[in-house]
Design a protein around this ligand. Structure first.
Ligand code: SF4
Length: 366
């Protein structure tokens, strides 16, 4: 039976955050949202657990979202952690995770988190470029990220790193350099968020004044596809590609501009799949085959939609780009996810297979 893992999210509006990241509307949210009490945390976990069919192969985890967990006082952290720790001890959840800033990690702080059973720590890195960090109002440096990541791993926690694309002063090259540096920090997983312009943020003001222009959807898809390749090749799971952290809970109707798309991840994965098929066609050409006639691809069922692309965009683009007479997909369940087979070209059967994680990072745009 396939394993199922449930996340029980608890949003922590951080009233006391002394920073003002340009993309963040936490101050607005904190003004209206209630800081969870110990009882609220217990109740929320209980309510979620009552809907989760806890049986063999099913696990659950409590995740405190909201950006700056360890920037709160120990007393405030304790209020939230105690009820989660009790439920962890009872064996009803498997782990507790918190999200925080790279400059709010210390050895004592990690000991404190460990004493309550926290096993996963996510850091909001956003960029490893010092200028981008300054122009985004982050208030921490790339060295804070390096040092805190090292400490978190050394102390035996699982490490998650979050980055953003499209921050003020950012570029495709800077985002790729950030991705590569994150790989070198060996996180257990990453999240990638294209910047959205949200009401009530400094970025919204800058956008209205014309001094900040968000990425177009197409640019965001391209850059994120390249980043996905960077992490795929390193074997680091990208567990999220889409809405930015402060919108996890409250973004409805508040996005003024930016590369918002409800199926953003699928767009990115489809872009990578297009590149994979183009790569296979190049291999066929290297073998002396003429690229002409009908193209037949073999893929596992779960990958069909990303290979097709939204409204068959990938297949139409391949047909046009390579002047093919048609494209067809056949399902082959012996193939693994991420594999595409070039089954036949112009009626000639072939056996060329490509694995997504083996794709190189392109020098030019995909
Ligand atoms: S993203 Fe985090 S650190 Fe930045 S302003 Fe929002 S709560 Fe504060």
């Amino acid at each position: 039976m396939a394993k199922q893992h449930y996340i029980i999210p608890i949003f922590v509006p951080h009233r006391g955050c002394p920073h003002q990241c340009v993309f963040c509307n936490q101050k607005e949210i904190a003004g209206v949202a209630t800081q969870p009490s110990r009882d609220m945390v217990s109740r929320t976990i209980g309510e979620y657990l009552s809907t989760i069919p806890l049986q063999a192969g099913v696990t659950a985890e409590v995740a405190f979202y909201g950006g700056s967990f360890t920037a709160m006082s120990r007393e405030e952290q304790e209020v939230l952690l105690k009820p989660a720790a009790a439920i962890l001890k009872a064996g009803l959840i498997r782990n507790i995770r918190v999200s925080t800033r790279p400059d709010c990690i210390s050895l004592e702080g990690l000991d404190f988190l460990r004493s309550y059973g926290v096993g996963i720590i996510e850091l909001g890195v956003q960029s490893m470029n010092p200028e981008v960090l300054v122009s985004s109002g982050r208030g921490h440096t790339p060295d804070d990220v390096r040092e805190s990541s090292r400490l978190i791993k050394e102390q035996g926690f699982a490490l998650g790193l979050q980055m953003m694309v499209g921050l003020p002063g950012d570029s495709r090259e800077i985002s790729l350099a950030t991705g590569m540096e994150l790989v070198s920090l060996e996180p257990d997983f990453v999240r990638i968020y294209p910047v959205l312009v949200v009401e009530g943020t400094p970025l919204a003001e800058a956008y209205r004044q014309g001094s900040y222009l968000p990425l177009a959807l197409e640019e965001a898809v391209e850059t994120c596809a390249e980043l996905l390749l960077v992490f795929n090749r390193a074997g680091i799971p990208v567990i999220r590609l889409g809405l930015q952290p402060s919108q996890e809970i409250d973004y409805d109707g508040k996005v003024l501009a930016g590369p918002f798309h409800p199926a953003f991840r699928e767009l990115v994965e489809s872009r990578v799949a297009y590149r994979q098929v183009a790569d296979l066609l190049e291999k066929a050409r290297e073998q002396g085959l003429e690229i002409t006639g009908e193209l037949v691809l073999a893929v596992p069922a779960r990958d069909v939609s990303i290979i097709r692309g939204q409204r068959n965009a990938n297949l139409s683009a391949l047909q046009k780009e390579y002047d093919l007479s048609g494209t067809k997909i056949i399902i082959d369940e012996t193939m693994k996810r991420g594999e595409i087979g070039l089954y036949s070209l112009d009626g000639k059967s072939l056996n060329l297979i490509s694995q997504r994680s083996s794709l190189g990072i392109p020098n030019k745009k995909l």
